[in-house]
Design a protein around this ligand. Structure first.
Ligand code: ATP
Ligand code: MG
Length: 431
C-alpha cells in the first residue's frame, strides 16, 4: 500500500509564540534577499534546513530562499547574482564569503509525470531533470523529509508547514514525504541525507523511512561520482563524522561508497581504530572552528588498500618511491569510480602517504627537511594517528612532536642521539 501518511496536509501556520525562533540567528544577507523579493511584489520565504535548524535552536549552516519569482526575475533584483544548475535552475546571490541559494517554487516530479517535457525520469525511476515551476504546496511536497519542508515567513514571523514537518520535528522524527521507496528511487542520495540528519541532529528515522535504506543502498552506485564526493564530504564534515560512519556501516552503505575500505576493514582492528580516531579528531576540529581537509579523510579511509598495493609492489622489487606513487595513483583512481576525488585532493592524499616513510628516518640531519615540507602538518597528524592506533611506535610521534618545539641546535642533538642507539628491526608497517 502506498504510504501517503505525510502528504497533502492543510497549511499549518505556527506563530512566534509557539515556535520561539530566535530571529537574531537569521543571517542578514538572507533577510535582505527575502525582503528585496517581497518589496518587488513576490512571495519569498526562508526554506529547508535553515528553518529546521532555527526551530531546533541551532545556528543554520546555510540559508535557502524559495520564491514564486522565476530565475530571470530573481536575477533582475540582484546585481551580485548568477543563474546556476543544470538539473534545477536556481540563483545564487553572492555576498562576501557567503551565498544565498534562491529557488523558484517547483512542482514535484514523480514517475507519473515522467513523460512531460520538463521532467524526465530514467528507466529506474531516478529523476534526471526537472524544472517544472509550481505552487508553494507543490514545492513543499517535492522536498525530501517533512522536517526539511518548512517555510519561514519573515514578515509575519510564522513557520508555514504543509507536510506535518513541525510536529515531526517536535517529535524528533525524520519522515520521508510520500512513499519512501519511490522517493529513494527518484534520488538515492536521500538515503545519505537521512543518515546525516540522524547523526547530526540526533533525530530518529521513522521505520517506513528507515526500512528501505539497506535493501536499496546499491542504487547509490548510479549517482554521478562528483555528486557522491560532495555528499560524502558533507557526512564527514558534519561535525558528527564518527556517527555518520557508524550509520554507513550499519546500513551496509560503506561497501557501496568505499568498497576497498570496506574490504580492508574486514577483521582489521587497527585500521578500524585508525579510522575511528581520525574521524573523532575531525569532529573535534570542526567543533573548535578549525579547518579540515577532505584529502586527509580520504587518505585515512584508503590507507590500508594503499598499503596492500605498496606491499605487492615492494615484493615485486619495485623501488620504493616509484611503488609509492603508482600504488597511490591506483588506489585513488579505484575509489574515484565511486566518489570522484578532485585532482588537488588526490595529489595531497598521495603526498601524505608518501611522506609516511620519512618519519621513520631520524638518524640523518637531512631527515629534518621534512619539517619544512608543505604537507608536513597533515603527514605528521596522519603519522600520529597511526601511532595512536597501534600501527607504529608511539615514540615516532613523541620524537617528531618534540623536535618541532626545540632550537636548531637541540634538533641536531636529538638526531645525534638516535645515531648512538642500536638500530631497531624495521617496523612491519614501515612502508
Ligand atoms: P544542511 O544544509 O544542514 O546540510 P539542508 O536540509 O539545508 O541541510 P540542503 O542541501 O542545503 O540541505 O538543501 C536545502 C533543502 O532542499 C532541503 O532542506 C530540502 O528541503 C531540499 N533538498 C535538498 N536535497 C534534496 C533532495 N535530494 N531531495 C529533495 N529535496 C532536497
Ligand atoms: Mg542547507
Amino acid at each position: 500500500m502506498e504510504n501517503t501518511n505525510n502528504n497533502h496536509h492543510a497549511l499549518n501556520r505556527i506563530p512566534a509564540s509557539e515556535h520561539r525562533i530566535d530571529e537574531s540567528k537569521i543571517c542578514g544577507q538572507a533577510r535582505h534577499v527575502v525582503e528585496t523579493l517581497l518589496k518587488a511584489g513576490y512571495e519569498a520565504y526562508l526554506v529547508g534546513g535553515c528553518v529546521r535548524d532555527l526551530v531546533l535552536g541551532i545556528e543554520p549552516k546555510d540559508f535557502d530562499v524559495a520564491t514564486n519569482a522565476h530565475p530571470e526575475q530573481i536575477c533582475e533584483h540582484f546585481s551580485n547574482s548568477r543563474l546556476i544548475g543544470r538539473r534545477f535552475r536556481i540563483v545564487h546571490v553572492y555576498f562576501y564569503r557567503n551565498n544565498i541559494e534562491v529557488s523558484t517554487f517547483r512542482a514535484q516530479t514523480s514517475q507519473t509525470k515522467a513523460n512531460s517535457q520538463s521532467s524526465t525520469a530514467g528507466a529506474n525511476g531516478r529523476i534526471l531533470r526537472d524544472n517544472t515551476f509550481g505552487t508553494i504546496e507543490e514545492d513543499a511536497i517535492r522536498r525530501d523529509f517533512t522536517i526539511n519542508a518548512l517555510y519561514y515567513d519573515i514578515e509575519n514571523s510564522e513557520v508555514l508547514d504543509y507536510c506535518h514537518g513541525y510536529q515531526d520535528l517536535q517529535a524528533r522524527k525524520i519522515c520521508m514525504i510520500g512513499n519512501a521507496e519511490t522517493r529513494y528511487r527518484e534520488d538515492p542520495v536521500r538515503m545519505l541525507r537521512a543518515l546525516r540528519f540522524h547523526a547530526k541532529l540526533d533525530l530518529a528515522i521513522q521505520n517506513e523511512t528507515k526500512g528501505p535504506i539497506k535493501p536499496m543502498g546499491h542504487l547509490l552506485s548510479e549517482i554521478p561520482p562528483a555528486r557522491l564526493f560532495d555528499e560524502v564530504i558533507k557526512l564527514f564534515h558534519s561535525g558528527y563524522a564518527v556517527r555518520c560512519f557508524q550509520q554507513l556501516e550499519k546500513f551496509d552503505l560503506l561497501k557501496v561508497l568505499f568498497p576497498i575500505t570496506h574490504e580492508a576493514l574486514n577483521h582489521d582492528e587497527s585500521f578500524s581504530s585508525l579510522i575511528h580516531n581520525a574521524l573523532k579528531n575531525t569532529d573535534a576540529r570542526i567543533r573548535n572552528g578549525k579547518s579540515v581537509n577532505p584529502a586527509f579523510i580520504f587518505a585515512i579511509l584508503l590507507w590500508r588498500p594503499y598499503l596492500q598495493l605498496l606491499e605487492q609492489s615492494n615484493q615485486q622489487g619495485i623501488p620504493h618511491a616509484e611503488g609509492a606513487w603508482s600504488s597511490g595513483r591506483t588506489t585513488v583512481l579505484d575509489q574515484s569510480t565511486v566518489t570522484s576525488i578532485p585532482k588537488r585532493f588526490s595529489v595531497t592524499i598521495c603526498e601524505i602517504w608518501k611522506l609516511q616513510n620519512r618519519f621513520l628516518k631520524k638518524r640523518s640531519h637531512k631527515s629534518l627537511r621534512l619539517i619544512s615540507h608543505p604537507r608536513f602538518r597533515a603527514a605528521y597528524d596522519f603519522m600520529c594517528l597511526r601511532a595512536r592506533s597501534g600501527e607504529l611506535d608511539e615514540e615516532n610521534c613523541t620524537w617528531w612532536t618534540q623536535i618541532q618545539t626545540v632550537s636548531e641546535q637541540e634538533q641536531r642533538k636529538m638526531v645525534d642521539q638516535n645515531n648512538r642507539k642500536p638500530r631497531k628491526r624495521k617496523n612491519k608497517q614501515s612502508l
